[in-house]
Write a protein that binds this ligand. Structure first.
Ligand SMILES: [Zn+2]
Length: 124
């Protein structure tokens, strides 16, 4: 772990269980499209039930919206900085490409951030 024990980033960045930071959170790796960022039913390590209620992860779309907007702003700033002239078309294409490539990761990230809002780290 890079961050101090119990830091939520230890769960969010590697997409691990929000309670023990050890167990896997998703069924398959992020870029495996056969089960697109599907969350496991419970942690294999600490047995935490990942879904508090049916459709629990619908709320994570607010977070993915926020991440998406932040990435759009960052991409437009970087693409204008690289090309040095503002081109709506070039910026639009750059944003679409970045969002398409990062889409699955943004989706997984929003779910694990959402879970970290509701679950606390409890150590071993
Ligand atoms: Zn766990």
């Amino acid at each position: 772990m890079i961050f101090k024990k119990g830091n939520k980033l230890n769960s969010i960045l590697p997409i691990r269980c929000p309670q023990c930071h050890k167990g896997k959170f998703l069924e398959k790796p992020v870029y495996n499209f056969s089960s697109f960022t599907k969350v496991r039913s419970k942690c294999e390590h600490c047995n935490l039930n990942y879904s508090l209620e049916p459709s629990f992860y619908f709320g994570s779309m607010y977070i993915s919206y926020g991440i998406g907007v932040a990435i759009m702003v960052a991409t437009s700033i970087i693409s204008n900085w690289i090309t040095n002239v503002f081109s709506f078309k070039a910026t639009f294409i750059a944003i679409c490409a970045v969002l398409l490539i990062l889409g699955p990761y943004i989706n997984a990230l929003s779910k694990i951030i959402w879970a970290n809002i509701f679950f606390k780290y409890r150590g071993e």
